[in-house]
Design a protein around this ligand. Sequence first.
Ligand code: ZN
Length: 211
Amino acid sequence: MAIPEMRTSPWIKVRNSKIHGKGVFAAKRIPKGTRVIEYLGDRISHAEADARYEDHDPNDNHTFLFIVDKKTVIDAGVKGNAARFINHSCDGNCESVIEQSRVFIETTRVVEAGQELGYDYEIGREKDDPPNVDEIFACRCGSPKCRGTMLWPAKRPAPKKSATKKKATRRGKSATSGKTAASVKTATSGKTAPAGKSARTAKTAPRRRGR
Ligand SMILES: [Zn+2]
C-alpha cells in the first residue's frame, strides 16, 4: 500500500539557523521515533541530475539532491518541501529512512520545542574529489561530537586501503564530483546504513546538499 505523501508537517517550522541558512525547528515537543516529514522533490535519474547541475560551481556545496537508490535522485530544488532545509548534524536528532523508494525524516530521540532538527548527511567520498573537498563540505554543526566534515568517512582513506575497505557502492546523500551514487560507510566502520540512508550525490558538479 502506498504511503500517503507527507508534504507538510505539524511538527516543524522553518526559520533561520545558526548552523546555516534556513533550518527546521520543532514547533512542539516531538517524541522519539516520529516520522516528521517526507523529503520531496522532483524524482529524476542520476543522468538527469548530472545534466541539470552540470554547470554548478564545484565550490558550492549547496544543492538539494538526495540519492534514493541507483536509479533515482530526489531534487528538492524543484517541487521540494521544508525537508530540504533540515541541516546536517554530526550528532543529529533525526535520520533519513528510505521506504518504498521514498525518503522520510524520523526523529531518533526526543526533540524539544524550538530545537533544530538535523541528521547526518554522510556524504560519500569519491576518488576524484577535489583537494579542497573537506573545505567545501566543512561542518559547523556545533555538536561536541562534530567531526568537522559532512563527508563520511571523516578522513580520507589511504589510497591503497580505500579500495579494499570500501564497499562497491556508494550512497551518500551527496557526492561530489562526478559520480553517481554514493554510499559511504566503510566496511570497517561497523555501521550499516539502511539502503540509501544517505544519498545525495553530486556527480560532475557538486550537487551535494549543502548547508
Ligand atoms: Zn559537525
